[in-house]
Design a protein around this ligand. Structure first.
Ligand SMILES: [Zn+2]
Length: 475
């Protein structure tokens, strides 16, 4: 006897989108059957006219993260509630190494932040901010504990320690870890920034010019050379420009194992936003680009150059965002976990830019495979965790920050009229979110009570597999 049957939907599985009924038992996907052929179940959800998607996997979040002498506004409770409301059922958050601190301390600190709060499952990367010999020596042990990726920020303090970073890259590669790289060249940015500030061009209208596309593509090229020398696989986070995409294509042509991520703001917004009176609310690193760069990213999504769309969710209250007296002091990032899936469906799938199966690869299957969570997460396959999203492809929604679950009080996509929204999100077979009501809260489970804080579990991730593209499902 199944615990739950979801019947009547078009299910997006690794073999395509097709009518299928899905049965859940003990928190896992127990059976995928042609319509009407499922075993009996205790409870049945009628999902006719709906899509059934695997829960999305967002491998780039910053919840309860300290930066600019403050902390992001979403913690692991509000952040994961926002995630679940939008159909995201797994996140991988960045644990920051403190200067002079150990990797172990970073992990313990982030475990404490998530424990008792997260309502969905989560893993951690470690942001390697001090590649000391001691920290490098800890890398293999972190990998053994299921933390199998390390973040490198190139835009600050990187070049002075490039040789230490090379040593870290070498050990990471030998340990089976993946490097996730924020590619912006610190000296190119520094040069542009000091010229703008010297000319009194302090406002957000000049933010884009302080970090031009060349500062991104140059850093990608530099990181590709360094990771080639160290024989370590490289995953580039939040790429924003056609020039950077060209570097990725060139490296792949050379046979390199290189992975690429972008984030929603580069798909839906362009640099004119910085000219708005409150343009600071769109500031993140790298900046929004022009329409040609936006189109280049869309092309790269469709043709397979970009592997993952992740949010870089890093949320703030608007007054904090607008408080800076110059563009260098604006806290970077914004809230967008809840809109990841519906925005990509509406702007990508409904507008014919990418297929539905491609969307599912970009936000679920690829990140699960790349970050060592497949097939437990990322696809509708038998024996996977029953992390599922019932998605209404016809639902019209106008994005309004007051209806979102983030604690941020503005939304970068405010006013976008979109088509398609999740109507129910399940994590390991448990309903977290059901029945979005306009202007109302959606955090109501099938027991008519909020999902239990802290029900989310830490995911021990496997080592990076260079053959992740050809990983196939177990059935
Ligand atoms: Zn980030």
């Amino acid at each position: 006897m199944l615990d739950l049957a979801i019947v009547g939907a078009t299910a997006v599985t690794p073999s395509g989108a097709r009518p299928a009924d899905v049965g859940v038992a003990a928190g896992r996907i127990a059976q995928i059957a042609p319509p009407g052929k499922l075993e009996p179940a205790t409870r049945t959800i009628d999902a006719r006219a709906m899509l059934l998607l695997p829960g999305a996997v967002d491998p780039h979040t910053h919840l309860d993260a300290e930066m600019f002498n403050t902390s992001t506004i979403d913690d692991f409770e509000s952040g994961t509630v926002a995630a679940a409301a939008g159909g995201v059922t797994t996140i991988v958050d960045y644990a920051f190494q403190a200067p002079g601190g150990t990797l172990d301390q970073a992990l313990e600190k982030w475990r404490a932040k998530a424990a008792g709060k997260a309502i969905i499952d989560y893993g951690f990367h470690i942001a390697l901010l001090d590649p000391s010999p001691e920290a490098i020596a800890e890398i293999p042990r972190a990998v053994e504990r299921g933390v199998t990726s390390f973040k490198i920020f190139m835009m600050q303090g990187f070049e002075a320690r490039a040789r230490d970073y090379l040593r870290a890259f070498k050990v990471a590669g030998e340990s089976g870890a993946l490097l996730t790289i924020h590619a912006e060249d610190e000296h190119l940015i520094g040069f542009c920034t000091e010229r703008l500030l010297a000319a009194g061009m302090n406002g957000v209208a000049h933010f884009g010019a302080s970090r031009p596309p060349l500062s991104e593509s140059a850093a990608v090229a530099r990181a590709l050379a360094m990771t080639e020398l160290a024989n370590a696989p490289a995953y580039f986070v939040h790429l924003s420009s056609g020039d950077a995409i060209a570097e990725i294509r060139r490296a792949r042509t050379d046979g390199r194992i290189v992975l690429a991520e972008t984030r929603p703001i580069y798909l839906y917004l362009t640099e004119e936003r910085f000219l708005e009176p409150d343009g600071a609310k769109y500031v993140g690193y790298p900046p929004l680009r022009d329409a040609a760069n936006r189109d280049a990213i869309w092309t790269a999504l469709a043709d397979g150059t970009v592997d993952v769309v992740a949010t870089d969710h890093c949320s703030w209250k608007l007054d904090r965002k607008l408080a800076a007296d110059r563009f260098t002091r604006i806290v970077p990032g914004m809230s967008n976990l809840e809109t990841l899936v519906p925005m990509l469906y509406s702007e990508g799938v409904a507008k014919g830019r990418i297929s539905l199966s491609r969307m599912v690869e970009l936000v679920a299957t690829n990140p699960a495979k790349i970050f060592g969570m497949y097939p437990q997460k990322g696809a509708i396959v038998e024996q996977a965790d029953a992390d599922l999203v019932i998605f209404d492809p016809k639902r019209k929604v106008v994005i309004k920050s007051r209806e979102m679950h983030s604690r941020a009080d503005y939304d970068p996509f405010e006013g976008f009229e979109i088509t398609g929204w999740p109507t129910m999100t399940l994590s390991r077979g448990e309903t977290l979110i059901t029945d979005r009501k306009e202007g109302g809260d959606t955090l109501v489970t099938d027991r008519n009570e909020p999902a239990r804080r802290g029900r989310g579990e830490f995911i021990r991730r496997a080592r990076f597999s260079p053959s992740w593209r050809t990983m196939h499902d177990p059935t």
